[in-house]
Design a protein around this ligand. Sequence first.
Ligand code: HEC
Ligand code: HEC
Ligand code: HEC
Ligand code: HEC
Ligand code: HEC
Length: 396
Amino acid sequence: MPLARFSLTALAFAGLSAVAVVGFTLQSIAQSAATSEAEAPAEPSQQIFIMPRSGPFAPDTVAVPNARVIAAWARSGHSDATSESFTHWNEDGEIPPSCGTCHSGIGFRAFHGLDDGTPGPLTAPIPIGGVVDCDTCHNPSISRVTEVTLPSGIAHPVAAGDASCTTCHQGRAAGATVAKATGEKEPDTPDAELRFINPHYALAASSSLGGYGAGGYHYPGKDYSGRFLHAKPVATCVSCHDPHSLDVAEATCLTCHQSGDAEEIRIARQSYDGSGDTGKGIKADIAANAATLKQAIVDYAAEVAGKPMVYNGERYPYFFADANGDGVIDEAGGRAVAYDAFTPRLLKAIYNWKFVTADHGIHVHNPHYALELLYDSIEDLAGPLGMDFAGLGLLR
Ligand code: HEC
Ligand code: HEC
Ligand code: HEC
Ligand code: HEC
Ligand code: HEC
């Protein structure tokens, strides 16, 4: 922690110096913020003071332009150097190339060639200890990034503000990853080659692009809603999220919705979860169908795949074997046994369940796509389970 606090002070210092000396451009601000630690301000004319000199003005009433931004960022997840997202590799001492792009600003810059290297997948490990620093989003060359390739292979054009978010919040797998793994295999036969495919976390950029982004597994013969355009004033990540605090202001929603609470908002006049309750937010329909799908997954594992399953959301890879069905995860050599009786049908349903629940804002980012993926996955499991699917009263 002392280290983190030190660099924050350095950032504050450099951020302010940029404002006062070179004027107010985003790139110059953050550029100097990022390179600050090594460089002491050179000339006396560039000496900047974080706090105004004492005088007739109380320091706490004097506006310090960058302080607000830095404070907001410092309180956000992006700067939280102690989170699992930034400490996961501490024991290894370095972040492998396949993970570095999104788990450190250094990796992000290397991936896009902003460090003067060649853009493309990382070829070398990245040092531990990085966060989503200022120079991730404010690198002077970030405007060169005009499209971002998603895990589905789609090259999606991005506007300046969203280029960074789309790179890191796109997840790590797509429906195509699942289709490739399952191929032409028998749908209900457990296959030792099949392993859980993790769509990864906080994949808002993928979910919001819906069927076009193809992050979810798409069942043959079904149509999927594309990008959730929502409404023009709220079409980009940073039109809702403050890029530094990452918060979403309720006022942003109140211009169009009666509530500013995302969990309460509903436009749909129909009930998707069979409850008939259209007074609750659309989030509740998505949550209810996700719960129905999860139950169907557990039932299918025991009854069709022939090996009961235990889910533990705190522990990778989340789905574990429970051969005797006693509700306790099996162990072998002191280690939890990952679920190992996946059938193609089970793998697809689990992938979609995980995809939908991995984005905690999917009710805002793309409610339609979430509801479609859940409906189709439940329907697909219902057949071999002998479930009364129509009786659930779900809508797609
Ligand atoms: C495309 C960008 C991207 C790549 C590549 C990536 N991650 Fe992540 N990862 C994220 C994001 C974004 C989060 C933040 C999720 C959140 O808000 O909790 C995350 C979160 C995590 C977490 C924390 C999960 C939790 O439960 O809090 C772990 C662990 C993790 N990633 C491991 C990995 C590993 C291992 C690799 C490489 C094999 C990897 N990541 C590659 C984007 C990525
Ligand atoms: C995740 C990306 C991201 C990170 C990290 C980030 N910024 Fe920003 N910043 C942006 C975006 C996008 C805008 C433009 C906001 C807009 O258009 O409303 C912006 C705007 C700004 C502005 C001008 C607008 C304002 O709100 O005052 C300043 C100053 C700034 N950033 C400084 C910083 C500093 C200093 C850091 C590090 C402490 C930082 N930023 C980290 C994305 C980021
Ligand atoms: C270099 C990769 C990277 C970039 C660029 C990035 N993020 Fe993140 N983001 C992450 C990681 C990693 C986390 C998880 C941080 C943690 O767990 O502390 C995260 C967390 C978040 C969260 C959850 C906040 C929390 O407290 O858990 C939101 C919201 C978010 N990012 C939005 C954005 C937006 C909007 C942008 C673009 C302006 C953006 N991110 C750009 C990697 C990135
Ligand atoms: C229409 C406004 C809106 C847009 C556009 C939007 N978000 Fe969100 N996002 C939200 C809201 C509201 C939440 C919180 C939902 C809740 O808590 O009920 C959220 C949640 C998130 C989370 C999860 C935060 C957490 O605490 O787990 C991430 C990550 C995120 N958004 C990233 C993004 C990215 C990246 C984009 C652009 C691809 C984006 N968002 C576009 C409104 C928006
Ligand atoms: C400029 C107007 C506008 C703003 C601002 C706006 N929305 Fe919306 N919102 C809409 C419209 C229009 C729809 C219906 C879009 C559709 O289904 O195609 C919608 C749909 C939604 C839905 C899905 C409801 C359902 O039943 O399908 C949610 C959730 C939502 N908005 C949340 C938010 C949040 C959270 C904010 C603020 C961060 C916000 N919106 C800001 C216009 C707006």
